[in-house]
Design a protein around this ligand. Structure first.
Ligand code: F6R
Length: 606
């Protein structure tokens, strides 16, 4: 959480910082600020405000800012409310800081260093700035190492010292910082999205290494002062792939990109019609030798895990746990060296997932991560990684990351069925051939998005809404419901439809829209009965149904027919339809679809 940017080089820094902050805004949008180091004036100027980067732009608009070095921050509030004074950067004496993470012992430090008279904000971050200032002896390296040895918690700190104009220092523990050097200058950021418009090469700053950016370039050193060689990697996202591409919101653009994203994710992993992870370096033995499989993930990524669980159970006849990563360590998980832990994460930075993975590995578990962002913390903490080739996902609500995670899950399940001898080659090939049809099935849903827009108009006024289905339909509805509630603020709950009569049906009235999804042939009749139960209690039902199952239904329900695929794969087109529905509800209500209230894209606090 929180977006950080730093630049020093040949160009005027103001626009660089403001543009980069805009591209990082999905990490937090409670307040924004920049600090620029103006060599001529020999002082550090700070501009900051509560609100969005667009508000900060207004604050900076009339200011004559001529500087070629600066840092910036966009905040997701943890300690201290949303206010101008709590916005970063924080300046104490000769030290100016932006921070991502949480300094857990900030109260103790404030007491120990008698900082209270100096602090203006309620933030833990300002305490870090004040500790650095208290310890400052004219030597940034010594000061920074001394200060961070006192900090408990997670941090990515980016620091300007007034007497080192044109230089930016940074150090981190857990919270990410990436950096790069291009013709224009040196940059650092909390994630690669902000660097993409300059270069596609970057490196992840190792924990507790000191990064120094100056006009001489980048210097990276360890705690002993020994130079460390940056390990550059390349991101294959186009330099403009984080633009909105003509769509009003990223969410719409990202929904529309799904056929291509899935195609990119699967194409190099299918060889002669069979799943193949050779290029990823993932050995077949990983899937043969495990006795237990467990997914750790949060939110949408956890919902992808639930689909994996159903497939593993039905195809491999194997038990699989899906654990909320935030609960994992605290619920005595059964995990040992025969366990394969699969961590799923778009950002690769979700701290709960990272900690759960580290915990499982400590118990001896083998590990595989399904990640979208190359080189991210979870990718580096896992033995093996499969990257979803979704490109940057900028909207806070996850769409293409989810469906590309599913695409990889289908491949993993097919690989497991193959190497564990559950399926013959022919069966694997038939299944993979169906997976290859998924992008065109999504296209068919996207082509008919106007129909979904009309459906969405009918639930704009809803206060509460239920989503019902069975089996895989229930699992995908958990995600559909999350999508709707986070972007439209409508209270939505997904229920296994057979469970309704055990309590929740008490909430059904003629003011409660019920979204039902029916794609699973073998339980279809039961799903239809459950739909009739809510209809007879007055509910208006909106039905998303696999086309070939339609004939046995009366037509008084609002129906969207989904393209036909094998039942296992219906999850993806059905999910895309629900994503569109959530999107249209939110945009028709006039909300900022990409930045729902209280949320942030990258969740680096526990
Ligand atoms: C919802 C959403 C979140 C994330 C969750 C995990 O649309 O995006 O629920 O899925 O915060 O994030 P990652 O996948 O980055 O670990």
């Amino acid at each position: 959480m929180c977006g950080i940017i730093g630049y020093t080089g040949k160009e005027e820094v103001k626009e660089i910082l403001l543009d980069a902050l805009e591209s990082l805004e999905y990490r937090g949008y409670d307040s924004a600020g920049i600090a620029v180091s103006d060599q001529e004036a020999e002082e550090i100027q700070i501009f900051k405000c509560a609100g969005r980067v667009s508000d900060l732009k207004r604050v900076c608009a009339d200011e004559e800012i001529h500087a070629k070095c600066g840092i910036g921050h966009t905040r997701w509030a943890t300690h201290g409310g949303v206010s101008n004074v709590n916005a970063h950067p924080h300046q104490v004496g000769r030290v100016t800081v932006v921070h991502n993470g949480i300094i857990e012992n900030y109260k103790e430090l404030a007491a120990e260093y008698r900082l209270n008279g100096q602090l203006k904000s309620e933030t833990d971050s300002e305490v870090a700035a004040a500790v650095l200032n208290a310890l400052y002896n004219g030597n940034p390296r010594e000061t920074i190492y001394q200060a961070v040895s006192r900090l408990q918690g997670t941090f990515a700190l980016v620091i300007l010292f007034e007497d080192f104009p044109g230089r930016i220092f940074s150090i981190r523990n857990v919270s990410p910082i990436v950096a790069t050097q291009s013709e224009e200058g040196c940059m650092l950021a909390s994630d690669v999205t902000a660097l993409c418009r300059f270069t596609n090469r970057y490196f992840v700053v190792p924990e507790y290494c000191l990064l120094e950016l100056s006009e001489d370039g980048i210097a990276l050193s360890d705690m002993q002062g020994k130079a460390v060689e940056p390990e550059y990697m390349e991101v294959n996202w186009g330099l403009n792939s984080s633009d909105k591409g003509g769509y009003p919101f990223y969410m719409e653009k990202e929904i529309m990109e799904q056929p291509e994203a899935i195609q990119n994710t699967i194409q190099n992993r299918i060889v002669d019609g069979m799943p193949d992870f050779t290029e990823d370096g993932v050995p077949d033995s990983l899937f043969v030798n495990c006795e237990r499989v467990c997914v750790v993930a949060c939110g949408t990524a956890m919902h992808a895990g639930l689909i994996a669980q159903s497939l593993v159970k039905s195809i491999l006849n194997m038990h699989m746990d899906v654990e909320l990563a935030s609960e994992y360590m605290y619920t005595d998980p059964v995990v040992d060296e025969k366990t394969l832990v699969i961590a799923i994460s778009q950002s690769g930075e979700t701290i709960d997932t990272l900690e759960a993975l580290k915990y499982a590995r400590k118990q001896g578990a083998r590990s595989l991560a399904i990640i979208n962002v190359k080189g991210s913390s979870i990718a580096r903490a896992s033995e093996y990684v499969l990257y979803t080739d979704a490109g940057p996902e900028m909207a806070v609500a996850s769409t293409k990351a989810y469906t590309t995670q599913l695409a990889l899950i289908y491949l993993i399940v097919a690989k497991m069925a193959q190497v564990r001898g559950v399926w013959k080659e022919k069966q694997v090939k038939e299944y993979i051939a169906e997976l290859k049809r998924v992008p065109s099935a999504i296209e068919k849903v996207l082509e008919r998005r106007k129909e979904i827009h009309l459906i969405a108009k009918n639930i704009l006024e809803a206060k509460d809404l239920f989503m019902i289905g069975r089996g895989l339909d229930y699992s995908l509805l958990l995600e559909g419901s999350l999508k709707l509630k986070e972007v439209s603020y409508i209270h939505s709950e997904a229920y296994a439809s057979g469970e309704l009569k055990h309590g929740p049906i008490a909430l059904i009235t003629n003011h409660t829209p019920v979204v039902a999804v029916v794609t699973q042939t073998r339980i279809m009749q039961k799903e239809i009965s459950n739909i009739k139960e809510v209809q007879s209690r007055g509910a208006r039902v909106i039905l998303f149904i696999k086309g070939e199952l339609l004939q046995s239904l009366r037509q008084e329900i609002e129906i969207f027919t989904l393209p036909n695929l094998r039942d296992e794969f219906m999850v993806i087109p059905a999910s895309v339809a629900l994503q569109l529905m959530a999107y249209y509800v939110s945009s028709d209500k006039g909300f900022d679809v990409d930045k729902p209230r209280n949320l942030a894209k990258v969740v680096t606090v526990e």
